[in-house]
Design a protein around this ligand. Structure first.
Ligand code: NAD
Length: 295
């Protein structure tokens, strides 16, 4: 069983680390919030007092942090992971961050002789708790093979997407589809309302026709047709509008850097920005239908 350093024990990181403990691994965890590290200790792990303490002596270091700057600080800082981890330690960043930061930090790790993977996830807090996350992994073949048995303790679908940064690329492309398609489905339901077409009827037809998509059939933004969707619980998240906005902005940054033309992605940023600025950031992203209806 491996000795794992886990840094970033928030909504996602804590249940992921707890699944590693359940699988019999040893986990030494650090979070800026002592309460989160204490919660890990209460589940049978060890609370570490710093990044350095979490990384020291670990065979594998996993991070689950808010954004690119946090990942740069935690890995590249004076007492960061790269200066604290021993030779042969495998590094896995599961945060959702910009592709450039993922590639920069992986390159810095390589100069120290350390293999690093970017392995962002989808599946949310529910998936983290249930151990059913999807991991999109960028990095070398050997590092992926080494990480796989561990990722399988936290997730159900694990896909090797290519070299460093490709996990992040897959994540932001997927979420750009999701953000845009949720707006498209919302616009269709609002138009149907105005045309006197019942929402259930539109669902019955479109969910079996060419308009069918995940935003329609799993996360339907109107209450009724899909009983489990956040629309039936006043858009309680789920996946917050603020997080969707973060991922859509990452996609736009990447599109600009790569010279890709993504006008619908750009419009989605504008629409979710206004929705979040109206105070709805903590609401589920499918609540954007309220903005579409009112706009
Ligand atoms: P969170 O804010 O709940 O957790 C992040 C944790 O990192 C916090 O506990 C914070 O104290 C800690 N942290 C920040 N800087 C630190 C540092 N320097 N050292 C140690 N700890 C530090 O966020 P979350 O919901 O767990 O999300 C984490 C990542 O996962 C984000 O990149 C997010 O985009 C991604 N993600 C989240 C979800 C979701 O549904 N919550 C789904 C998919 C992906």
């Amino acid at each position: 069983m491996a000795k794992i350093g886990f840094i970033g024990l928030g909504n996602m990181g804590l249940p992921m680390a707890q699944n590693l403990l359940k699988a019999g691994h040893g986990v030494q965890g650090f979070d800026l919030s002592k309460a989160q590290a204490d919660a890990l200790a209460a589940s049978g792990g060890q609370a570490a007092a710093s990044v350095k303490a979490a990384a020291s002596g670990a065979e594998i270091v996993i991070t689950m942090l808010p954004a690119g700057q946090h990942v740069r600080d935690v890995y590249l800082g004076a007492e960061g992971v790269l200066s604290s981890a021993g030779a042969g330690t495998l590094l896995i960043d599961c945060s959702t961050i910009d592709v450039a930061s993922a590639r920069d930090v992986a390159a810095a790790a390589e100069t120290k002789g350390l293999a690093m993977l970017d392995a962002p996830v989808s599946g949310g807090v529910g998936g983290a708790q249930a151990g059913t996350l999807t991991f999109m992994v960028g990095g070398g073949d050997k590092a992926f093979a080494r990480a796989l048995p561990l990722l399988e303790k936290m997730g159900k679908t694990i896909v090797h997407a290519g070299g460093a940064g490709n996990g992040q690329a897959a994540k932001i492309c997927n979420n750009m589809i999701l953000g845009v398609s949720m707006i498209a489905v919302s616009e269709a339901f609002v138009l149907a309302e105005k045309l006197g077409l019942d929402a259930q009827k539109l669902f019955d037809i479109s969910s079996k026709s060419s308009g069918q998509c995940w935003s329609m059939t799993t996360y339907c933004p109107v209450p009724g047709p899909v009983p489990g969707s956040p629309a039936n619980r006043d858009y309680k998240a789920g996946f917050t509008a603020a997080m969707m906005l973060k991922d859509l902005k990452l996609a736009q940054d990447a599109a600009k850097a790569a010279g890709a033309n993504t006008p619908l992605g750009a419009d989605a940023v504008r629409i979710y920005s206004e929705f979040v600025e109206s105070g709805e950031g903590p609401r589920d992203f499918s609540g954007v239908i309220r903005f579409v209806r009112g706009a």
